[in-house]
Ligand binder design. Sequence first.
Ligand code: ADP
Ligand code: ADP
Length: 227
Amino acid sequence: TNLIEIKDVHHAYQTANGPLPVLDGLDLSVPEGEFCAVVGPSGCGKSTLTRLVTGLMKPDSGEVWLHGELVKSPRKTVGMAFQNPVMLEWRTIMQNVMLPLEIVAPSMSKADREKRAMELLELVGLAGFEHKRPSELSGGMRQRASLCRAIVHKPQVLIMDEPFGALDNFTREDLWQTMRDLRAKEPFTCVLITHDLRESVFLGDQVVVLSGRPARTQYVLDVTLPA
Ligand code: ADP
Ligand code: ADP
């Protein structure tokens, strides 16, 4: 069964100059545990797609299903990661990573929350940095921490919108490997939005190519790489 199922979605934004059609036939099927990379040029509606899956927006027509339910309102079970992660400077890295647990699992003990946060921080190579403040870390390290924060509460799906876009090439490729390491330990379903074709092929089990303006699903590549 598919964790995410988007069927023939059409959407136009209402602007001062009239309707701006953005999506014109978007289809996407992501089986549970799979990594789906979505590529397309900037402005083709990739961020709109994340708003649809997170339930922040309803399409003009078509259907968005998450785990067998029609998405109609914002979801807590979706983790998000962005190009410029927002971290709370008055909290340590570990306290930032723990934040989603405080919201979705308030009954969890502080010790268990810390244990869960540390488990992930170790996986991404941030052991020893847990008591630092966000501004004391490099951009790549902050992005690692933000990935931990995005999955700490085990969301049904992690949606990433250009998460590595602001990093230099070396750091970016390190992060790709970190992403793979994380998923080897903890297989979660991912949707990655990127305009980097290499990134999409390195990380994706499937690559969905959007094109046209308004955009539609042009083709879907199945990519299976050795672990
Ligand atoms: P991408 O993430 O691929 O760059 P977006 O989904 O952000 O694309 O936007 C697609 C198009 O829709 C762009 O032309 C953008 O300017 C426009 N757009 C995005 N959000 C809105 C909005 N809330 N109101 C009007 N136009 C929007
Ligand atoms: P229905 O098609 O079943 O009548 P509604 O349009 O009433 O669905 O919306 C169902 C739920 O989705 C409501 O709780 C509403 O608040 C929420 N919702 C609808 N549109 C949006 C939106 N653009 N952003 C956030 N929530 C929305």
